[in-house]
Design a protein around this ligand. Structure first.
Ligand code: SF4
Length: 343
């Protein structure tokens, strides 16, 4: 078995299905990088399960040569919870989008996160409904004109990471579709986290919302537009000739201009700590928006607490000790039962 695992390559995770994403879609980059990381994880291919709802990104399971479920709109978290609860040894990955995960599936996403089911959630955020041809989504910005908002959206958008933090997420991170090196780092981190690990992936939809994330996707502008989070390092961003940092005082972030060679910590710049037990600091990071602030990229929060599936297994084991191994037949025929006879 070990030899067989060691021989796996990214090609082993590629299927023979025709990929139906539009040319230039950011989904291609995410797929390629997920396929590159899977062989590194050292688990048999048959122990991976990809679960999705509905949307462009939810076609993902067709393109992964693993087990997979393309389920119903917004309900991937419910299916994934069932899979992980009944087969805890499997590596379960939920793939969703801003519409699937935060509109139709917002309720399900809330509950999988608060339960801390041990699995990974990849939330592709392109701020638009792509599959249904360009309606505004829960993450679309105010004023965005789409087929369903011809005069501009008047909805306040939801921030996926603030939503996850509010639900008690133990691991939240943000990645960029085209930054493969960084995305792979986050995929490995998410896999090794015990509990629900949610990565928001900023994904370009060139057909219905092109260049939504161009400032952080473009390598040249990224240096000023993105804040790369590193645990234990100061929140510094910007080019050599204009270094800046983020100071957080009383929970309120501000941008600090740094002189050449100035020590950012001495200048009051915050030091990134992804392990704060309370989520207030991670919330402050999630509140950083363009253009006033750089967009944070990396792990916002990574703390450990009991997982749902571990607690469930403990509860089942204790029940077996107390009552013995159960029988589904006996359960179904216990208590008050009746038969519905045909007319
Ligand atoms: Fe990608 Fe947008 Fe095309 Fe969907 S509609 S496949 S998100 S480019």
């Amino acid at each position: 078995m070990t030899d067989r695992i060691a021989k796996l390559t990214s090609k082993d995770f590629v299927t023979d299905q025709d990929i139906r994403w539009c040319p230039g879609c950011g989904d291609y980059s995410v797929l390629a990088n997920v396929q590159r990381v899977m062989p590194e994880l050292g688990i048999p291919r048959e122990n991976f399960v990809f679960v999705s709802g509905i949307g462009c990104s939810s076609r993902f399971p067709y393109y992964m040569n693993t087990y997979g479920f393309h389920t119903i709109h917004g309900r991937a978290p419910a299916f994934a919870t069932g899979i992980k609860a009944s087969r805890p040894e499997l590596s379960v990955w939920v793939v969703t989008g801003d519409g699937d995960g935060l509109s139709i599936g917002g309720n399900h996403l809330l509950h999988i996160i608060r339960r801390n089911v041990d699995l990974q959630i990849l939330l592709f955020n392109n701020r638009v409904y792509g599959l249904t041809k360009g309606q505004y989504s829960p993450t679309s910005q105010i004023g965005m004109r789409t087929k369903s908002t011809p005069d501009g959206s008047i909805d306040h958008p939801v921030d996926p990471l603030a939503f996850a933090l509010g639900a008690g997420a133990t691991f939240v991170a943000r990645a960029i579709d085209v930054d493969g090196v960084h995305l792979k780092q986050l995929l490995r981190r998410a896999y090794s986290h015990p509990g629900t690990a949610l990565i928001e992936i900023l994904q370009n939809c060139p057909v219905y919302n092109d260049n939504e994330w161009v400032e952080v996707e473009d390598r040249k502008s990224r240096i000023n537009a993105a804040l790369v989070l590193e645990h234990g390092e100061p929140l510094v961003f910007g080019s050599e000739d204009r270094r800046r940092g983020i100071r957080i005082h009383d929970g309120i972030p501000t941008v600090v201009e740094l002189r050449k060679d100035e020590d950012p910590i001495a200048a009051g710049v915050a030091v990134h700590n992804e392990r704060y037990l309370t989520p207030a600091y991670a919330f402050a990071l999630a509140s950083l928006k363009r253009p006033e602030f750089p967009l944070p990229i990396g792990v916002f929060r990574a703390v450990e607490t009991a997982t749902y599936d571990a607690l469930l297994q403990e509860q089942v084991a204790a029940a077996v000790v107390k009552h013995g191994v159960g029988s589904l037949h006996d359960l179904l025929h216990s208590g008050e039962t009746w038969t519905v006879e045909p007319d």
